[in-house]
Design a protein around this ligand. Structure first.
Ligand code: NAD
Length: 278
């Protein structure tokens, strides 16, 4: 039986690109919200591509994924792209999809990891730039607990951008802190922090009044361009290969150098003692 690659957000910008590439390596399980888009892509990819409509906030959908994995006995990799940006929902929705969903999915998959399994989560350069109080950061691993979840949402003060940044800090932190747990299975876990990547999500930001922000970001990016989904797929390909067998428990920025450039800019211009997450 071929290796199974599970891709969430499979019909999104990054997910679709990765799905097409990873089809070369084994069977692909495409997970996303729109059945229509999923079926279209799976049909195009042909044998070995299976599509399943999946909402990460629904436990029964996660269980359906487990049923497929059982047919294989294990899975080779999870490429986890499903997520929403701050313009797509209120703080509770953003936190629920991006962080609670991630934790629930990883908890469910853990038993089916094997020697050589790789988990690639998607954080964001935003996770490196969003200020967070230590007492809020300490609550992030515990957001399955309703009280902790509500405290984090309350601390957002209705600002979804904070919820987005914090949800991605949560994803980044768990990818670091859970490495030993996954290591017990011979598995690796990492997160990728993309900079601005030209996908429907960024197009949505551009169309909703954030075009100027993206322009400024490109101007401040040492690589002098926006990123493409293939930049992310290339990193996933490397991380899932044996060439990366000594890499786990880390977040990797794939941002053309923009995060560090922005930190340098702030360090040079900020009059207060603002510090970013490292
Ligand atoms: N594009 C960027 O510049 C950028 C930068 C930093 C981080 N990211 C992160 O990268 C990941 C992929 O982003 P993208 O640009 O490809 O976005 P995208 O919007 O093109 O794809 C995200 C996919 O997630 C799916 N999704 C949303 N809610 C879901 C849910 N409840 N259950 C299951 N699937 C759901 C959507 O249907 C969509 O297909 C996201 O987690 C995003 O936060 C993107």
């Amino acid at each position: 039986m071929k290796d199974l690659y599970i891709i969430t957000g499979a019909t999104g910008g990054m997910g679709e690109d990765a799905t097409r590439r990873f089809k070369e390596y084994g069977d692909v399980l495409l997970l996303d919200l729109s059945e229509e888009k999923l079926n279209k892509l799976a049909e195009e990819l042909g044998e070995g591509a299976r599509a399943m409509s999946f909402d990460i906030t629904k436990k029964e959908d996660i269980e359906k994924v487990i049923e497929v994995i059982k047919e294989y006995g294990s899975f080779k990799a999870l490429l986890h792209f499903a997520g929403v940006s701050e313009n797509m929902g209120d703080p509770a929705m953003v936190l629920n999809i991006n962080l609670v969903g991630t934790i629930n999915l990883l908890n469910a998959l853990y038993d089916y990891a094997k020697e050589g399994t790789v988990i690639v989560n998607t954080a964001s350069m935003t996770a490196h730039m969003t200020p967070i109080a230590p007492e809020i950061e300490a609550l992030l691993p515990d957001v399955l607990n309703e009280e902790s979840f509500n405290k984090v949402v309350e601390a957002c003060g209705g600002i979804s951008a904070l919820s987005y940044g914090w949800s991605k800090i949560g994803v980044m932190n768990l990818s670091k802190n859970d490495a030993a747990k996954w290591g017990e299975k011979g598995a690796r876990i990492v997160s990728i922090s993309p900079g601005a990547i030209l996908t429907p999500m960024v197009q949505h930001e551009i169309d909703n009044g954030n075009a100027k922000t993206i322009e400024i970001l490109i101007a401040a990016t040492p690589a002098k361009r926006i990123g493409y989904p293939s930049d992310i797929t290339n990193m996933c390909e490397y991380l899932c290969s044996d060439k990366a067998s000594f890499i786990t428990g880390i977040d990797i920025l794939v941002d053309g150098g923009s995060t560090q450039a922005m930190k340098n800019y702030h360090a040079a211009h900020a009059s207060n003692n603002l510090r970013f997450n490292d």
